[in-house]
Design a protein around this ligand. Structure first.
Ligand code: NAD
Length: 481
């Protein structure tokens, strides 16, 4: 199936006529073509957005909210079609796409449809100076949204929904590796009555299409989710133009397990936090630190549970883990596994490619557990972003904290303990944007979402996202008494 750009409410081919292959990772075969859009397509998307902006930014909050809610309803109505498309494009189990990806894309629109009606700004009375200040929060204009392949529609809409709720018009680019559900979103927006040009979707490679969005002189804000290296490059292009930037980047998240935790709940959740979506979630807990007194028992129980995971065809109902997203990504993840021994690591489970019946050319890999003894090894310092976790033991709270923080990333952390004092100490001292205690990936969309260190700058979620997509303006009114 061939994909087209969505510009000014219409589906159009790329001006240069260039396309890239779109793969089905579960079979390792090409199943369609995606535009590799050029600067000219981005310009045309920008012009459509610019033309739509005066009217959209003056559309009442009730009307914007109504349209966003309609988009959410249509996403849910088309859940089956969208989940099937997401699974085919990405390799993830269809059950996961149905339970997580697509419902969450609908929730993103629902949430920001409601949030915009509750958004407010400050007023300051300058007592004794006969003045009142208030803050106007105005939409920025045309903004750029760029998203990755791991949670395609989920993360694409996580940016678009707040951007348009706040009155901006958008030029957006999904990952070229998983463009299908973004393409289908265009049809949904038309059906929901979103005015032409409010959302424009251009497809293509990061280095051509993405670069053209970031470098466009009149796209004044960029919301980006993806790799740390790409984020650094985007910052270097956008910063001299003084663009507003939100960067959600890579992670290498610690999962810290103390002996006093609720063991069974921890075990079941740790299997999920390690291998959900084939370990391709920026929030996965890829470094597992276990208190020494339960380490050996944990190792036995964890291996047993992980061995029960079924790697298979993403369309099959009983599949727990599908295919990795691409041949290149599989090769990258496998190279870390193959290098483990050289770094003193011991593969205690998995490590091999899997051949799936009727999907022999798909990109399947076993869930893999590697015991490491040195936190400085690349397995514990670099983001692998696949079904690979390391396990290592610790003796004291201080040691656990030191190991958890001794990494260039700072996205999220998970802590398993029933000790309140320890919970408070770790919550304060962990160098991450998110700390989950006795749970994982429990998301409340009102909360600030993002990382510190090399995991990014800025926060998404709740009013933080609406603040990002608006410019605050101070109005000072003097009124002599
Ligand atoms: P990536 O950086 O390769 O690509 C992300 C997006 O940026 C894609 O749409 C790509 O086409 C585009 N892009 C690439 N080069 C560009 C350029 N020069 N200019 C503009 N756009 C460009 O990342 P990926 O491989 O798609 O995704 C995996 C990464 O995303 C991992 O590092 C993961 O941790 C991260 N991620 C972070 C979060 C978070 O919330 N922090 C969430 C999901 C994924």
């Amino acid at each position: 199936m061939n994909i087209q750009n969505y510009i000014n409410g219409e589906f159009v081919n790329p001006i240069n006529g260039e396309y890239i292959d779109n793969y089905n990772p579960s079979k390792g075969e090409i199943y369609g073509q995606t535009p590799n859009s050029s600067k000219e397509d981005v310009e045309s998307a920008y012009q459509a957005a610019k033309t739509a902006f005066p009217s959209w930014s003056n559309t009442t909050l009730e009307e914007r909210s109504k349209i966003l809610l309609k988009i959410a309803d249509l996403i849910l109505e088309k859940l089956e079609v969208l989940a099937t498309a997401e699974s085919k494009d990405n390799g993830k189990p269809i059950s996961l796409a149905k339970q997580v990806d697509i419902p969450r894309a609908a929730s993103n629109f629902q949430f920001f449809a409601n949030a915009i009606t509750q958004f407010s700004s400050e007023a300051h009375e300058s007592v004794g100076l006969n003045a009142v200040n208030f803050t106007l929060r105005q939409p920025i204009g045309v903004v750029g949204c760029i998203s990755p392949w791991n949670l395609p529609l989920y993360l694409f809409t996580w940016k678009i929904a707040p951007a348009i709720a706040a009155g901006n018009c958008v030029v957006a680019k999904p990952s070229e590796i998983t463009p299908m559900t973004a393409y289908l979103l265009g049809e949904i927006c038309n059906e929901a009555g979103l005015p032409k040009g409010v959302l424009n979707i251009v497809h293509g490679l990061g280095t051509s299409t993405g670069q053209a969005i970031v470098a466009h002189p009149n796209i004044k804000a960029i919301s980006f989710t993806g790799g740390t290296k790409t984020g650094a490059h985007i910052a270097s292009v956008a910063a001299p133009m003084f663009k507003k930037l939100s960067l959600e980047l890579g992670g290498k998240n610690p999962n810290i397990i103390f002996a006093d935790c609720d063991y069974e709940k921890m075990l079941a959740t740790t299997v999920r936090s390690s291998f959900a979506n084939q370990g391709q979630i920026c929030l996965c807990g890829s470094r597992i630190f276990v208190e020494e007194k339960i380490y050996e028992q944990f190792k036995i129980d964890f291996i047993k549970k992980v061995a029960e995971l079924k790697v298979g065809n993403p369309s099959a109902k009983d599949t727990n883990m599908g295919a990795l997203v691409s041949a290149a990504h599989l090769a990258k993840v496998k190279s870390y596994i193959d290098g483990a021994k050289l770094e003193g690591g011991k593969i205690v489970f998995g490590g091999n490619k899997v051949t799936v019946e009727n999907c022999e050319n798909g990109y399947y890999l076993q869930p893999t557990i590697i015991e490491v003894f040195d936190n400085k090894c690349s397995l514990n310092q670099e983001e692998i972003f696949g079904p690979v976790v390391t396990i290592i033991s610790f003796k004291t709270d201080e040691e656990a904290l030191q190991l958890a923080n001794d990494v260039p990333y700072g996205l999220s952390a998970t802590l398993w303990t029933n000790n309140l004092n320890r919970t408070m100490q770790f919550s304060k001292q962990l160098q991450t944007g998110i700390v989950w205690v006795n749970t994982w990936m429990l998301r409340d969309l009102r909360t600030p979402f993002g990382g510190v260190k090399n995991s990014g700058v800025g926060r998404e979620g709740g009013f933080e996202a609406l603040r990002f997509f608006t410019e605050p303006k101070n109005i000072c009114i003097y009124s002599p008494s």
